[in-house]
Design a protein around this ligand. Structure first.
Ligand code: ATP
Length: 216
């Protein structure tokens, strides 16, 4: 599903990633833990193609993503990759359903089909009665589940999550963690999750640690 080879990234004098190798199978849930400043988010952004490395190669489903030009890469990212961040980044003026449908609108999918899928996803996530609510009319846990639905809109093969439960209380965190595994079981997506939550890391198929710019 994903194969990263010798990924390097530096910011000025700071060598953040010193040659990361990582292979992820289809349907695998992998957690990345490590100290603050270790480079976890930097790596996740590169694996998610939001940022380019200084060196190294990344294959996602056989495609050499950094060989693509920015515009093609943006389309590839929108169609193949889902993201869930610590702060949900929902658009405040839009309803839950509209927020969920945004990746489909960007991909120019037919609107009625997108809304049908959006409603199905909201229903699956227990949010059927929140479709017309705006983010500030929902709880933190509900907002984060809307963000999960949005990440799944275009049926991505892989979902990247950066501290997905970092902003949730323990009950909502646990619910979200269980949800990620239910999604994997039902839809077969791969998940790569950066987390400080040891419980989530232990539940994962693999727990990797970022130490001195290398994954171990
Ligand atoms: N755009 C940037 N410009 C300069 N330095 C950066 C930039 N982004 C990150 N860094 C530095 O790179 C290092 C790794 O940052 P990164 O955010 O990847 O760490 P992290 O492991 O995700 O940390 P945390 O657990 O605190 O989120 C840090 O020292 C950070 O200050």
């Amino acid at each position: 599903m994903l194969e990263a080879t010798n990924i390097k990234k530096r910011y000025g004098e700071l060598e953040v990633l010193r040659g990361v190798d990582l292979t992820i199978a289809a349907g695998e849930v992998v957690s990345i833990v490590g100290k603050s400043g270790a480079g976890k988010s930097t790596l996740l952004h590169i694996l998610g193609t939001l940022d380019r490395p200084d060196e190294g190669q990344l294959l996602i489903g056989q495609e050499d993503v950094f060989a693509m030009r920015d515009k093609r890469l943006a389309a590839f990212r929108n169609e193949r990759i889902g993201f869930v961040f610590q702060f949900h980044h929902l658009l405040p003026e839009f309803t839950a359903l509209e927020n969920v449908c945004i990746p489909a609108y960007i991909a120019n999918r037919d609107q009625a089909g997108a809304e049908r899928r959006g409603r199905e996803l909201l229903s699956y996530l227990g949010l059927a009665n929140r479709a017309t609510h705006k983010p500030d009319q929902m709880s933190g846990g509900e907002q984060q589940r809307v963000a999960v639905a949005r990440a799944l809109m275009n049926e991505p093969a892989i979902v990247f999550a950066d501290e997905p439960s970092g902003n949730l209380d323990s009950v909502n965190s646990q619910e979200l963690h269980e949800l990620l595994f239910r999604l994997r079981a039902d839809f077969g997506q791969s998940f790569i999750i950066v987390t400080h939550n040891e419980e989530l890391a232990e539940m994962s198929d693999r727990r990797l640690e970022m130490i001195d710019g290398i994954l171990v």
